[in-house]
Write a protein that binds this ligand. Structure first.
Ligand SMILES: *Cc1c(COP(=O)(O)O)cnc(C)c1O
Length: 199
């Protein structure tokens, strides 16, 4: 997935012309603007924190929400999805390193959370997502990605109904090679494609 935050529409369209099929944005407002400008023909992913009051703007426009991290969000997504008679696909965000600055559940919170989410019929979990710490400590990164992979395998084995572990969304510019080696099947790459972001 190409992460297009701060990237202008013309550049994104150029990337789509070169074969990019999936676009990730971390802010709802920016995602809406890009969807408006670019339109259909590409999959949109919400990869950043999602406030419950913004769910209504994107619920029927995104392929996957990568930042499912709390029950209040589950309830709002389920409600809005039901109103539109759709099932929203999500990934559970896990904060493996338990960084204060990041959203997501602790590893040990994931199973109880998932079992709660299963009660909601218009929301479906399709996998897990993590944002690893920004570091060049390869051993630490491997440990984090392995923890995610094991968690995914563990959940798969439980054969929950209405839940699949199709996606392991991990790996960014700094760490995507390691993430792939450790089992990622969905990397979210921004600056390696578009250059350093100018805010
Ligand atoms: C910005 C962002 C990325 C991409 O970061 P790069 O380091 O530019 O590849 C990936 N995931 C999330 C959640 C992001 O916010």
């Amino acid at each position: 997935m190409a992460v297009t935050k701060t990237v202008d529409v013309a550049t994104i369209e150029e990337a789509i012309g070169l074969g990019i099929t999936d676009i990730g944005e971390n802010r709802v407002q920016e995602l809406r603007e890009k969807i408006e400008a670019i339109g259909e023909g590409v999959n949109y992913h919400l990869i950043g924190h999602l406030q419950t009051n913004k769910v209504k703007y994107i619920i029927d426009k995104v392929k996957l929400i990568h930042s499912l991290d709390r029950l209040s969000l589950v309830k709002e997504l389920d409600k809005r999805a039901r109103q539109r008679q759709l099932v929203i696909d999500t990934l559970v965000q896990v904060n493996v390193a338990e960084e204060e600055s990041k959203f997501g559940l602790k590893v040990e919170e994931v199973l109880p959370f998932i079992e709660e989410v299963l009660k909601y019929e218009n929301i479906r979990i399709r996998g897990l997502m993590t944002i690893a710490p920004y570091t060049d400590d390869e051993a630490l990164l491997r440990k984090i990605f392995r923890t995610m992979y094991k968690l995914k395998e563990d959940i798969s084995k439980r054969k929950y109904e209405n839940l699949t572990m199709d996606y392991l969304s991990m790996g960014m510019t700094n760490d995507y090679k390691i993430a792939i080696e450790e089992g990622s099947n969905m990397i979210r790459v921004g600056s390696a494609i578009f250059g350093a972001r100018k805010y």
